[in-house]
Structure formats: C-alpha cells, structure tokens
Design a protein around this ligand. Sequence first.
Ligand SMILES: Cc1ncc(COP(=O)(O)O)c(C=O)c1O
Length: 340
Amino acid sequence: MIDLRSDTLTQPSRAMREAVLGAPVGDDMYGEDSTVIELERRTAELLGHEAGLFVVSGTLSNLLGVFTLVKRGDEVLCDEQAHIVRAESGSHAGLHGITTRTWSSEGTGIVDAARIEAMISPRGGLLTATAAIEVENTHNFGGGNVQPYDNLVAVNELARRHGLGLHLDGARLWNAHIATGIPLAAYGKLFDSVSVCYSKGLGAPVGSVLVSNREAIAKARAQRRALGAAWRQAGVLAAMALYALDNNMARLADDHAGAAEIARQVMDAAPGVIARSPETNIVVMSTGSRPAVEVIAAASERGVAISAVGPTTVRAVANLNVTFDECVAAGKALREVFAR
Ligand SMILES: Cc1ncc(COP(=O)(O)O)c(C=O)c1O
C-alpha cells in the first residue's frame, strides 16, 4: 500500500533512532534536559523569537500559543477551515473559554486582511471583544497552500493597528519555507507566537515547538504543567526532532514534486477534481457526487491509501516514506479512480 493519508504516518529512520542514543537528557521539569533546551533554543532562533517550548503535539502548541494571547471570554478570528476550529476538539473553547469566529476563503485558506478587518469587534462594545487572529501556513485543508507573504504582512499591520495578538499555526511552515525560499525568521517576525511541528513533513515521531517572547513562553510552560503535559526526559524525543531539523528539511522539495506529479495526473484525467495545482505536499481532491468513502475504497483497491477531509473531499499527502516513483504510481491509480 502506498500510504498518502498523512505526513504524520512516517516511521523514524534508523539514523534518527540512533540519534537518541547519544543525546544527553535530564528532567525537563527541573529545566535539566539539555537536548530539549537545545531544540527549543534552535527553533526560537530559526524563527527569530526569544524562547521556545517543546510540547507533545501541534494541537497543544496551538492551544498554548493562543492561550498566551487571549483572555477567557475573548474572541479569536480564523479561517473556517483552520485546524484550530476543525480539528482540535473545541479545546480552545472548552479549556480556555475562548470564542472563535471564522471567515471564509472559499476553501483556499488564503488570508485577506480587508476581510479580517471587517470582522473585528472592539473591546468595550456590546460584542465579544476580538483579541487575536490565527493564521495557518501552509494551509492544510486548503490543499497545502502557501500564504502569499504580502498578505501576511498586511495581516500583521492590521493586527498592530488594532492591538490584536497574532498566532501562526506553522505545523507545515517548513514546507512554505522550502517552496518559497523565504527565510523562516521572515515569517516568524510577523507573529507574536508560532507553532511548528517536527512530526509532519520532517518525519520525527513526536513533537512541536511553540516560540514567542520569554514572558509568553513562561506562561505557556506553566499552563502546560496545569494541563498535565509537562514531561521529564523528553530529550529522547527532542533528539529525533533535532535530527529531523538537520537532515530532513531540504528533502521536503521531493514531497512537493511528488504531490505535483499526483495532481498533474489527476487533473489531466479529471479536470475540476483539484481546484489548483498543489504548492507543497498536500493534494486536496473533490469527489463530486460520489461520497469520499467510496473514492477512498476505490483507491485502496488499487493500492493507494488516501484520507477524507470532508464528506466529498479527500486528501493525498506526499511524505518521507513514499518515493517519487510511488507518487507516479499513486497518480496513475488515482487517475483511474477519478476518470471513472
Ligand atoms: C495545520 C495543522 N495544525 C496543527 C496540527 C496538529 O498537530 P498534532 O496532530 O501534532 O496535534 C495539524 C495536524 O495535522 C495540522 O495539520
């Protein structure tokens, strides 16, 4: 089976596992795990922020990042297809009392500052006060789309003008960086907090890092403890994330080429299934009048595993454990499925 359900399914390589053996570890709750400290320091430096916090998942990293920007009862604005509203189990509301209000980007996930500005409710009025904006780059359910840099600059300017916090869900910011060549720090400096994941395209088994200023990271650290997610010798995981950072970044371009190949074949056979060619590693496909489950079953019969992201939307994600030749084969199989 060529497994394109997600880039989170990757198996750590032997070399990645071996990186753990030599890593010094300690009790992270005592601030004594030097491998964790190194990962946090390097991630913050890459993104141009003061400090970092290594956590178990992108969901927790987003949860804590937004928590540092928004008070209980306040509102966060984000895309209607944002991971924080569609796939984080209501945790921002349930655990931190945060309301979300969403804008539509017609499925692309691309931000538009004017559209966001029109939604802001000022503090002190009748309406729930807007406290922050959340942006995703790349945009997962939008099809791995890369946010145009100028759009991000415009959102940054409007957030400053209105005194709003700005959080970036950069689970796949690495892919945006590789696709555009824009330095990570150029993205990082536009946001108050950024979450990046090591367990997606970079292929580490576990872990995300939240970066922000020192005060916000101290607050996030305390809240992580309150949520029961502080940990001890987490350096065994940080070592694999460091290995991923040093060895698996440039090869993301291979995933982008694989996704482009899959999309090329499907678009060729069935125009309209894919709204626009993928810019990174995710191919989102509309199943039209057929239920997603039926298309997933047909792909599976041809040896390709894809996943549903809606009742009539499926996703294929090129990843570290799939070669370009396998992407060619998967494209051929999906072409047959969609051309039917
Ligand atoms: C855009 C985005 N943000 C956040 C997450 C959450 O990451 P995790 O699964 O590690 O909680 C994901 C997971 O796929 C994601 O795609």
